[in-house]
Design a protein around this ligand. Structure first.
Ligand code: ZN
Length: 147
């Protein structure tokens, strides 16, 4: 394992132990989507508050493996304050990154790059993806409080 991979692993463990923006808020203005990954026992709910075209808040709740929980925590930090179009691009780019599909590097994924190592472990790609897939659905807004 090289130094960069070591650093990435440390950041993932740090988010796993000290998750950011964890805990849902009882507010109808938030759009909430839950996704599960039965093969690993991951179960994540993402909650997003959009005002105009800006993501004012992004939160998560759930449980699962370290990759799943850390990627949800990183997601919330990445998205708060972004506009919706930018958030869509970043999510698409992130999902390509963890799947090992080539992607546009013009946009800075920031700390979310720590999940890039997942592409070497096909069984874990879903762990790293479900919170971001749930997030993109909250932007679509249609299915409110989808279980
Ligand atoms: Zn998992």
């Amino acid at each position: 394992m090289n130094q960069l991979e070591n650093l990435y692993r440390e950041v993932i463990m740090e988010h796993y132990k000290h998750p950011r923006n964890k805990g849902l808020i009882a507010d109808e203005a938030y759009i909430k989507i839950r996704h599960k990954n039965p093969s690993c026992g991951d179960d994540v709910t993402i909650q997003t508050l959009i005002e105009g075209h800006t993501i004012r808040d992004c939160r998560f709740e759930g449980h699962g493996c370290s990759i799943c929980c850390a990627s949800a925590s990183v997601l919330t930090e990445t998205m708060i304050g972004k506009n919706v179009d930018e958030a869509r691009v970043l999510t698409d780019q992130y999902l390509r990154m963890v799947s090992g599909v080539s992607y546009d590097t013009d946009q800075d994924l920031g700390e979310a790059e720590v999940c890039s190592g997942v592409r070497q472990f096909p069984a874990r790609i879903k762990c790293a993806s479900i919170s971001w897939q749930a997030f993109i659905k909250t932007l679509e807004g249609g299915a409110k409080n989808d279980e």
